[in-house]
Design a protein around this ligand. Structure first.
Ligand SMILES: Nc1ncnc2c1ncn2[C@@H]1O[C@H](COP(=O)(O)OP(=O)(O)OP(=O)(O)O)[C@@H](O)[C@H]1O
Ligand SMILES: [Mg+2]
Length: 259
């Protein structure tokens, strides 16, 4: 499966207001898999926890320009925040760990405008935005700038409630700021088929939003946490692991959906 030719920049926001749902693990590993398939990928870390840089082994020093500079400096340019990673075809705009959520320029369209820079469209085919677990201005920026939303969720009843809350925000954004926003799908993460609760919750999501909206699961795999801890995507850390297989399958599925 190859990258569609002469395509416009595609933007995927990875969201779930529930913490620990697998947003960052999904953002980093899906970005790495799609880069390996030939997409020129830009990963944007909107979460000031700064975990994307950790997961890719990128060092960010105090005072360096970061993605959050967009929200503290009206003159800041996205291109000035870009960092190469050890993965071919994958760049990162890291988060500013000192950024305080709830502060900054109150502009829901700041990221949308930053991505409209022709220098970004020339360098990249695809942008993946990792978002914080909150319903704040940064999430609204991500949803306003995206064409697609990907919702990782742990198949567990509490997490399902987080999905429903996010969908309410999503529908609001779709009918106001961003009518072109589409749902890429719900991604079961840390999934185990032998746990009845997981099957039940995934079934509930399929019934409520449609079975085609449920993407192939990412199974529970400690290799994903280990890979993160050493600053590598799982495809380089443990190429034959369950996690690497699942993210490779997800990347193929996403490539088809984006085509
Ligand atoms: N499929 C998996 N198998 C095992 N562990 C996983 C899996 N996916 C994620 N994890 C681990 O679960 C934890 C939470 O994952 P992650 O940081 O990706 O979630 P998040 O939604 O980004 O969290 P936050 O809301 O804090 O940003 C991490 O320690 C990660 O290594
Ligand atoms: Mg995260």
């Amino acid at each position: 499966m190859s990258v569609p030719a002469a395509a416009a920049l595609r933007v995927i926001a990875v969201c779930n207001r529930k913490g620990g749902a697998g947003k960052t693990t999904t953002s980093v590993n899906l970005a790495a898999e799609l880069a390996a398939l030939g997409w020129r990928v830009l990963l944007l870390d909107l979460d000031s926890q700064g975990h994307c840089a950790v997961g890719l082994g990128v060092k960010v020093h105090q005072g360096e320009k970061c993605l959050h500079s967009l929200f503290t400096d009206p003159q800041a340019q996205l291109v000035d925040t870009l960092r190469n990673t050890s993965i071919a075809n994958l760049s990162l705009a890291p988060a500013d760990q000192l950024f305080e959520h709830g502060t900054g320029v109150r502009d829901e369209l700041r990221l949308l405008r930053a991505l409209a820079d022709p220098a970004i469209a020339e360098r990249f085919d695809l942008v993946i935005i990792d978002t914080p677990p909150s319903l704040d201005l940064l999430l609204l920026n991500a949803l306003s700038a995206a064409n697609w939303v990907l919702v990782p969720f742990v198949p567990h009843p509490l997490s399902y409630e987080g999905v429903r809350q996010l969908m309410r925000v999503l529908f609001k954004v779709m009918s106001n700021q961003n009518p072109g926003l589409k749902l890429l799908g719900f991604l079961p993460t840390m999934a185990a088929d032998n746990i009845r609760q997981h099957r039940t919750t995934t079934g509930d999501v399929a019934r409520q939003f449609g079975a085609p909206r449920v993407l192939p699961s990412i199974r529970n795999d400690i290799k994903l946490a280990e890979a993160f801890a050493v600053g590598q995507p799982v495809r380089t850390y443990a190429a034959s692991s369950r996690g690497a297989q699942d993210f490779a399958a997800l990347a193929l599925c996403v490539t088809q959906l984006l085509a």
